[in-house]
Ligand binder design. Sequence first.
Ligand code: ADP
Length: 496
Amino acid sequence: MSRGALDRVGGTVTGEPLEPELAASALETAPMAVAVITAPGTISWANRAYFAATGRTPGLLGTDFHDIPETDGTWSPEIRAAMDATLRTGASSTFRAVKARYREHRPGVYLDIDIRPLPRRDAAPRQALLMIRDVTDQVAEHERSTVFYQAFRSSTNAMQLTDAEGVMLDVNPAYERIYGYSRAECIGRRPNLVRSRATPKEVYELMWQALLDPTKGYWSGELLNRDRMGRERPVVLTITAIRNERGAVTHYLGIAIDLTEQRSWELRAAHADKLASVGQLAAGVAHEINTPLANVMLLTESLRRRSQDPWVLERLDTVTEQVDVAGRIVRGLLDFSRREEPHTTELDLVEVARQTVEFLKGKQSANVEIEEAYPSEPVPVLGDRGQLVQVLTNILNNAYDAIAGVGTIRVAVRRRGDRTEIEIVDSGPGIDPAVLPNIFEPFFTTKGEGRGTGLGLAICHGIILSHHGSITARNVPGAGAGFLVSLPLHAGPAAG
Ligand code: ADP
């Protein structure tokens, strides 16, 4: 090998010439595989690490690398071409994380390869240094991190990573979707961003106790969080402390499984169950009561015909009134229990709403103003016309009751994505928040005796469920009660 060349390499790096022997022995024992190639391609020197890494013997020295089969060793066509270029023009090349193809290498060895020209002496042939570093561990580490990061990003559960002080470093797309905050809004904030006051303080105290306990280091439980819109989000949250090799906590990883949908599904299922059993009972009771009621009615009529006594006649009027009330309840019960599968046809929700409002306007007080907001396009749904009219009539009648003859009722129909909505908001006193969760239950009523059966909204709820829709009630700020019915939009053949 050329000692002078190495001497000058040493000189370039340190600014001071390195003893040629020192330079040679340093290179000989360096952990990096190094070979010197002399133009046009002779492998003229290689260090121990080179032989160790490539599994070659010193017999390799003096061979031309062009004679080594292309599929063998590091001599891929690109590296050959780069080496040729260096030996011809003195250009340098660098290859990062090249997959090695050494014969005896297990699969998946990665190398960083550098080709550098050696300073040229006079007319001597050009020489190049080939330096090979095994970076398999770094590549594997990088790949592992990439896979983990992708797993974090692709998870359908909301994930949040905080530092040891609990400052958020990252959140995944599921977190952004579930809580409605963007990643940028979260980074630098604390997880209490989504804390709900509905979750007692003690839950958080227990959580921190478990997290800070070195023998435990994780916490898991169900709690309520709060999304950006202020909606409560029931979640199963698991927080794990991430520790370094010395056992010190460096990060916390929080994983939340959103239970919102499951909860509303459970609620609906429970409600549907309740409706079904109450419905059966109601049907039985209604039939049983109908006959005695009819008898009372007949007897009253026959007594009325026989008596001239005003006192008796007045009492008989009261009996008739009470029988009427009972009859109304029985009809409600039968209506409630006789919930049939809807006979659906394609309907325009705007037209259904408009006609129902027109019909009720004729029957109700003139002091009530009805504001209607409909889109100019039809809003197609698949539905049972009679049943949908019944739902709207019931909600509108309740609204009339609530405003007690004077006020405003707003009716709006709109499309929202692949859903349709009808919203009815009145200017009444609203619904007592304490009973809001109960109003769809059968027999729940706040109306006086004989005025309400508490079956209207329960029937509406059943009808809307069988239409694959939802019905919700809320108190509208600045107004009274608001009912929202959502139904699937019917994309008929014309709509594609
Ligand atoms: P009913 O009208 O026979 O009481 P519903 O099932 O239709 O039965 O309604 C149940 C209850 O819901 C009512 O008694 C009332 O307390 C409440 N409610 C319904 N609509 C309204 C409204 N627009 N404003 C205030 N409260 C309402």
